[in-house]
Design a protein around this ligand. Sequence first.
Ligand code: FES
Ligand code: FES
Length: 205
Amino acid sequence: MDPVPATPSASSAITLKVNGEKHTLPVDHRTTLLDALRERLDLTGTKKGCDQGQCGACTVLLDGRRAVACLQLAVAAEGREITTIEGVAEEGGQLHPVQQAFLDLDGYQCGYCTPGQICSAVAVIEEHAAGWPSAVTGDVRPEAGSPPLTAEEIRERMSGNLCRCGAYVSIVQAVARAAAAHGSTTETTETTGAAAASAAGGAAA
Ligand code: FES
Ligand code: FES
């Protein structure tokens, strides 16, 4: 009689490199990266919204590219560079230009979506600078180069991140400001303070 095969282990010890620090932890193989970050590593800046890949609240950077952490298994993130909102700020604790722009231009209301929005925006600016087209880019030939980062381009590129408060107007302006500081060509007009808040309220309707 053949031996009964061993039951595969349901958990493993993995090492996650998050914001430059290595953490070794045992995880059930079904644990999502989002739950590992929040529940096991106490990195609660990354938010759980839908837990189904639809809202973008849990967006982190994996090797510099955007990923929704609720759809990633923690075991699959081993060996990759994971950056959460806690690791976006620059050396010495200085805010990342995207963070500063969100502050300056009221890019949030309740703030729940903000960590995901900021992680996305950081990657959007890099993707645009690298010449990646979006669904609204007219001329996608490589020789055409990066299109200006218009409000339409920003809205499309950030469309995976939902904001229930409707702070979209200010978010677009904040991304444009940070992108301009990064050297991108942008074409948006800024409003600030009450005007931005009022416009954002209108966008939510
Ligand atoms: S919580 Fe991950 S996309 Fe909504
Ligand atoms: S600021 Fe409240 S959900 Fe976006």
